[in-house]
Design a protein around this ligand. Structure first.
Ligand SMILES: [Zn+2]
Length: 256
């Protein structure tokens, strides 16, 4: 039955273009009736399948514009570069802080050998070594005392105070003095200068970098949790935009 219908349809469709217009209209109705019976798509006056025509004619929806992550990518690169630069200095700061910490007297060895190039730790304010107090080395700079008495177990009181500080970017500062209001002491003069520099620092950026970085990290690290990514966004913003006190006068050997 359907073979017969198909044959009839083929005849109608073959003859259709040669028919006069009036006949065509009746033929088109017959063709579409047959097509409907056969479960085929209907055709228009030019025998083009209506579904196919509609499909071909429908314009492709334009692809959604790819989000532009270029600004966030730049910020992320700047962040990675800065973290890489600071890494050995942060590790060094931790080592010095551990070696010189503790209650009471200070180990003299670290004071004289953990500075730049294995030399003495210098005050970041006046660039001079720390001075010892008490006993045979009263008032003697640590490096000069160490040259005469290189005893690894040696601990000493410090003359005029010693401040070992890890500043906001994780790097080391060494100062003479006792924290307080006396600006003649190195640690207090340095703190005041630092506070003024912080005030001059540009205000933090608005919300835009936060949202841009959040979208970028979601695109870049879909496997990480939202909480991790937000923490990373904040770390990036802090590292790139916050006041940076720089690196102190005492430097680690090699890559840290
Ligand atoms: Zn000093």
């Amino acid at each position: 039955m359907s073979d017969e219908l198909r044959r009839t349809l083929r005849v109608y469709e073959a003859e259709y273009p040669g028919q006069p217009l009036v006949a065509r209209r009746a033929d088109l109705e017959a063709i579409n009736r047959l097509r409907a019976q056969l479960g085929l798509p209907l055709v228009d006056a030019e025998l083009k399948e209506i579904g196919a025509v509609a499909e071909a004619a429908a314009p492709e929806p334009p692809p959604p514009p790819a989000p532009d992550h270029s600004t966030a990518r730049e910020l992320y690169r700047a962040y990675l570069a800065k973290v890489k630069e600071l890494r050995p200095h942060r590790a060094y700061a931790d080592r010095v802080a551990r070696a010189t910490s503790g209650p009471g007297q200070t180990p003299v060895g670290p004071l004289t050998t953990m500075g730049t190039g294995g030399g003495p730790l210098l005050c970041d304010q006046c660039k001079k070594p720390i001075v010892l107090e008490g006993g045979a080395f009263q008032g003697v700079p640590a490096d000069a005392a160490w040259a005469k008495n290189p005893d690894p177990e040696w601990k000493s009181w410090i003359s005029g105070g010693l401040v070992v500080e890890i500043v906001t970017n994780g790097t080391l500062r060494i100062y003479h003095g006792y924290p307080g209001r006396d600006d003649r002491q190195c640690c207090n003069a340095a703190r005041r200068a630092d506070e003024q520099a912080q005030k001059r620092h540009a205000p933090p950026p608005g919300h835009e970098p936060f949202h841009a970085l959040r979208a970028f990290l979601e695109h870049e690290f879909p496997e990480r949790s939202e909480r991790d990514r937000v923490a990373l966004v904040n770390d990036i913003l802090n590292t790139v935009f916050s006041y940076d006190p720089g690196i102190g006068v005492n430097r680690p050997d090699g890559p840290g």
